[in-house]
Write a protein that binds this ligand. Structure first.
Ligand code: CA2
Length: 149
């Protein structure tokens, strides 16, 4: 089992920390990546951290993960609520998948309450702010360890 994890971020998350801090907080995506890389080092896992505003690019990274990664952490952002294509791609990936949302989507508009990705995710984290990324990383590392044992 590969100890490489892909951490994938969907559209507009490049603006993290620059707009709407009352919803998404003050940390930038670069801050999140720095903290996740540090934690990955502690957990003894490799981390590929990506963000894209393009659905196909996220799908291509999931395909790449099929051959190389032992787990995926994904914040699909707005694609969460729209993308059967990302769900289909994740359904071809045979290792742990954790879905993460910075905000508590269930406390927000009704259209954010449904996630296509949750039908595949082994766990979902929402509403823990950017700290959720660290929690997701710890969980995926644990699942990789349990699969290897
Ligand atoms: O809470 C989350 O992490 C979301 O996945 C974020 C998405 C939203 O569509 C989902 O319903 C919940 C939006 C990401 C947009 O990120 C921004 C960050 C800062 C400023 C503007 C947008």
């Amino acid at each position: 089992m590969s100890r490489l994890v892909f951490l994938l971020n969907g559209p507009n998350l490049n603006l993290l920390g620059k707009r709407q801090p009352h919803i998404y907080g003050h940390e930038t995506l670069a801050d999140v990546e720095r903290d996740c890389q540090a934690l990955a080092g502690e957990l003894g896992i490799g981390l590929r951290f990506h963000q894209s505003n393009r659905e196909y690019e996220i799908i291509d990274w999931i395909h790449e993960a099929r051959d190389t990664a032992g787990g995926i952490v994904i914040n699909p952002a707005a694609f969460t609520h729209t993308s059967v294509a990302i769900l289909d791609a994740l359904n071809t990936f045979d290792a742990p998948v954790i879905e993460i949302h910075i905000s508590n989507v269930h406390k927000r508009e009704a259209f954010r309450h449904h996630s296509f990705v949750s039908a595949r995710a082994d766990g979902v984290i929402a509403g823990f702010g950017t700290q959720g990324y660290q929690l997701a990383l710890r969980r995926v590392a644990r699942l990789i360890d349990e699969k290897a044992a």
